[in-house]
Design a protein around this ligand. Structure first.
Ligand code: NOJ
Length: 550
């Protein structure tokens, strides 16, 4: 019997939709989005074609880092709903074929978490060693997550009379994962959410979680073995559970988080691919992406990348050279107010690219064609822009724009949790309601792209090979899987280009997967392609004897 691999390792052909409950839809008029709002709009996500919903943190929190400062890992922020609402949402999602994954934020807690309160109060408390303390601050670990906002990884606590480690904000003390009780508790948290029906976790800050630099006791403990244990644990609790790790590290370090045999994280965010994608877009040249694709480590069959145009944080360009970063800044965020931490941009995809047009559609086509599982950040499917009046990274987390009504239809209350943008990206110009009715809209286009992506599992499973052409602006690559091939071509430049693709003599015909062009097959497996500025093309190759099924 042949198993259906595509549904077995579901994450390899998934399309993930990421949202923050707080900013999606408010159903009780308090100006704050809620879990019931997500449930109410689950069809929007299902009809987009997403197959997995990633919920950003919704646990109780003082909300100083938008919920990434959790004060109870087993609860729900009462402004957003209840545990019962979480279960209803998961059920509604599953009913539409959508799996739900949630953030697992266990590198740190909020300083208001009762564990930390107990720990700081008393050196003898059993919770003391759940965090990392020193009498004097250490130079380790090196580097800061929020340069300019934080100045050290160590914070003095009056009540404790010692310094504690925090790799992120000072109000986010790091948990001491060298302590067995902490590791047990983390497994318990995962078991809890799995029992409520989640299909996996977006693991926050994985390199920081596994980093022992600066922890005074028990150094040398192999935390990579622990990550493997966690992977086994989630697999025992729910066979198809998936771990997607936030791992923004140098290329040579990427493989270690997948494990030697792909037995640690299932997926890693493709930060390097993302940064080079923006550099390629800025230059109108394929080379930065080609170079990066050549450097990525080969992956075990269980593993894949999670690709994205934008996420909820700054568009980090921290792995580019200073000169390359300046190129991206100049092209997509020249104003200092658009930049953050000296290495990133606090803008959304559509506004950086200048709104809906050929270049924006090229970027989306590229996302769905690149190796990896695509993630759509809420609002990007309609081309929402940021609101730079909102400080910090929150500029890209303004409320979802459902309609041209006041506050974009997000709330019936007086004040939304964050202000919506004005001008070209205001709700009157960019909203779901208008775009749903318009077959030419960005929303309709992205739905078609997702449908095409889902029809062609080669893109999720296939072996990627770059195709050489003479045109520097063209990125051409093929993905081969089980004797079937998809070739995609993207023109990153602002001028028309022609190129000849050598597809192999056995290829007798090509089908245009996106159904936008008629493409003629030349002799000897050659195809002449002519792409307009920012044009793109996806071809499914037919060999002698292949049935025409697309
Ligand atoms: C990564 C998250 O994406 C970010 O939003 C958060 O501030 C940090 N981790 C700390 O949890």
């Amino acid at each position: 019997m042949r198993l259906d691999q595509t549904s077995d390792q579901w994450w390899k052909t998934a399309v993930i939709y990421c949202l923050d409950v707080e900013t999606f839809l408010d159903t009780d008029g308090d100006g704050i989005g809620d879990l019931n709002g997500v449930t109410q709009q689950i069809e929007h996500i299902a009809q987009l074609g997403a197959t997995c919903l990633w919920l950003m943190p919704f646990q109780p929190s003082p909300n100083r880092d938008d919920g990434y400062d959790i004060a109870d890992c087993y609860g729900v922020d009462s402004r957003l709903g209840t545990l019962g609402d979480v279960v209803e949402l998961i059920r509604a999602a599953n009913d539409r074929g959508l799996r739900v994954i949630v953030d697992l934020v266990v590198n740190h807690t909020s300083d208001e978490h009762p564990w930390f309160q107990e720990a700081r109060r008393d050196r003898e408390s059993p919770r003391r060693n759940w965090y990392v303390w020193r009498d004097e601050p250490s130079d380790e670990p090196e580097g800061l997550s929020f340069p300019g906002t934080e100045t050290s990884n160590w914070q003095y606590d009056e009540e404790a009379g010692q310094y504690y480690l925090h790799r992120f904000y000072h109000f986010q003390p790091d948990l001491n994962v060298l302590h067995e009780e902490v590791r047990d508790e983390i497994a318990r948290i995962m078991g809890f959410w799995l029992a409520l029906g989640v299909a996996g976790f977006r693991m926050d800050a994985v390199p920081a979680l596994l980093e022992t630099a600066g922890i005074p006791v028990g150094e040398g403990h192999d935390l990579r073995a622990w990550l493997r244990d966690l992977r086994n644990f989630v697999g025992r609790r729910r066979g198809d559970a998936m771990l997607l790790g936030e791992v923004n590290v140098d290329p040579q370090q990427l493989a270690q988080y997948f494990g030697d045999h792909g037995d640690m994280l299932h997926m890693e965010f493709a930060f390097l691919l993302n940064q080079h994608l923006w550099l390629a877009l800025a230059r109108g040249e394929a080379e930065p992406l080609e170079m990066l694709i050549r450097t990525l480590p080969a992956l075990a069959p269980d593993n894949c990348w999670a690709t994205f145009l934008r996420n909820h944080d700054e568009l980090t360009l921290d792995k580019l050279t200073l000169g390359q970063r300046e190129e991206v800044f100049a092209a997509f965020g020249p104003d200092p107010d658009m930049q953050l931490y000296g290495h990133g941009l606090r803008r959304r995809t559509a506004s950086m690219i200048g709104g809906d047009g050929a270049r924006l559609r090229l970027a989306w086509s590229l996302l769905f064609a690149l190796p990896g599982t695509p993630i759509v950040f809420y609002g990007d499917e309609i081309g929402m822009g940021e609101n730079l009046d909102i400080p910090d990274r929150y500029a890209v987390r303004s409320p979802m724009q459902w309609s041209a009504e006041p506050h974009g239809g997000f709330t019936t209350g007086a004040e939304p949790v964050r202000p919506l943008p004005e001008g070209a990206f205001a709700p009157a110009e960019v909203n779901v309601d208008d775009q749903r009715r318009d077959p030419a809209s960005l929303l309709s286009f992205i739905r078609r792209l997702i449908a095409a992506r889902r029809r062609r599992p080669e893109l999720g499973w296939g072996q990627v090979t770059l195709i050489e052409t003479d045109a520097p602006s063209l990125l051409a690559h093929r993905t081969d899987w089980e004797g079937s091939t998809v070739v995609t071509v993207h023109n990153l430049g602002d001028a028309d280009v022609r190129a000849t693709l050598e597809l192999g003599e056995e290829v007798v015909a090509v089908d245009d997967v996106l159904e936008e062009h008629a493409v003629e097959m030349g002799d000897g497996g050659r195809v002449e392609v002519e792409l307009e500025a920012y044009g793109y093309l996806w071809l499914h190759l037919r060999r002698d004897g292949d049935r025409r099924l697309s």
